[in-house]
Design a protein around this ligand. Structure first.
Ligand code: ZN
Length: 276
C-alpha cells in the first residue's frame, strides 16, 4: 500500500514536470513567464532576463573593482564598492546597451603577512596580484561565454589599475576578434573631479585622511550611514577637508552631480575604446 502510494505520487510528479525534470537544466529557450525587472545589475536579474537582454543587444558588460580598506575614521571600509554602486549604474544607463557584473570587492591592498599598505589596518582584505588577475580573467571569460561582445574594466581604487590593464592586454591577445576587452583608466581620475569641484566653489583643505568631499558625497548618495552621518553630527564632526556635509540634501545633490560627471567621462572613453 505504502509502495503504491509512493509510486503513484512519483508518477504524478513525473507527469507534472515531464519537460522540466532537472532543476539544474531548464530549457535554455523557455519563454520568460513574467515581465522583466528594470535593472542593469546582472546579479539582480534572472538568467532569463539576462538571456533576453543579450538578445535585445545589451552586449557590453561592465566589470568594476572596488576594495575593502582603511578609509579614515568616518568612512566604511567598503568605500569604493559603495561608490561603484552609483557610478556603474549611471554608466550602464548612459551607455544604454550595457549590463553590470557584480562589483569585485577583493583587490590588492598590500602584502598580507607581514602586512604592508592598507593591510596594516583591520577591516582591510587583500588579495595577491596573481589572485586578482585570475579572478578578473575568469569573470571576463564567463561573460564572453554568454555572448557579451565587449567587457569593460573600471576600478575605483588606484591599486587596481595595473592588474586590470594586464588582464585586458592578455585577454585581447587570447580573444583576437571574437570579443573585446578594455580597461578604461579615464574612470579613475579623482584629480580632475577635485579641480572640477574647485571651479564650482568646493575648495578643500587636506586634513590628511583617506577621505574627501567627492568620496563622501558619492557615498551619501547611496547610504548616509556609510559616512556615519548621525554619529558625526552628534560629535560636531560632520565636515570633510573643511567642507560641511550638512545639509544632507545639498551633499547628496553634489554626489549625484559627481556621479554623472564621472559617468559622462567614462562613457565617452568606453565608446572611443570600442570604436577603435
Ligand atoms: Zn582606495
Amino acid at each position: 500500500m505504502f509502495l503504491r502510494t509512493v509510486l503513484c505520487s512519483l508518477a504524478l510528479a513525473t507527469a507534472g514536470f515531464a519537460q522540466n525534470a532537472d532543476p539544474m537544466r531548464p530549457d535554455p529557450n523557455m519563454p520568460r513567464p513574467i515581465a522583466a525587472r528594470d535593472t542593469v545589475w546582472i546579479e539582480e536579474m534572472t538568467w532569463i532576463e539576462v538571456r533576453d537582454a543579450l538578445k535585445s543587444g545589451k552586449r557590453t558588460a561592465i566589470v568594476s573593482t572596488g576594495g575593502v580598506e582603511q578609509n579614515g575614521p568616518y568612512l566604511a571600509a567598503g568605500k569604493h564598492n559603495y561608490v561603484l554602486r552609483a557610478t556603474c549604474e549611471a554608466i550602464a544607463r548612459k551607455l544604454g546597451n550595457a549590463l553590470v557584473a557584480p562589483i569585485v570587492p577583493f583587490v590588492p591592498e598590500g602584502d598580507i603577512s607581514p602586512p604592508t599598505g592598507h593591510m596594516l589596518y583591520p577591516s582591510t582584505i587583500s588579495v595577491r596580484e596573481e589572485t586578482f588577475q585570475r579572478l578578473l580573467t575568469d569573470i571576463a571569460e564567463s561573460l564572453k561565454q554568454h555572448g557579451f561582445q565587449h567587457v569593460i574594466l573600471i576600478g575605483d581604487s588606484g591599486g587596481n589599475t595595473k592588474g586590470m590593464a594586464a588582464v585586458a592586454a592578455a585577454l585581447t591577445r587570447r580573444w583576437g576578434r571574437t570579443a573585446s576587452i578594455h580597461h578604461i583608466p579615464e574612470y579613475y581620475d579623482y584629480a580632475s573631479v577635485k579641480s572640477w569641484l574647485e571651479k564650482q566653489g568646493i575648495r578643500q583643505t587636506d586634513e590628511g585622511m583617506h577621505d574627501d568631499f567627492a568620496m563622501s558625497a558619492q557615498m551619501m548618495l547611496i547610504d548616509p550611514t556609510t559616512v556615519r552621518m548621525k554619529e558625526r553630527m552628534a560629535a560636531g564632526k560632520f565636515s570633510i577637508n573643511g567642507v560641511p556635509l550638512a545639509p544632507i540634501q545639498k551633499t547628496v545633490a553634489w554626489g549625484k552631480r559627481i556621479v554623472d560627471y564621472r559617468a559622462e567621462i567614462t562613457v565617452a572613453a568606453i565608446r572611443k575604446a570600442i570604436a577603435r
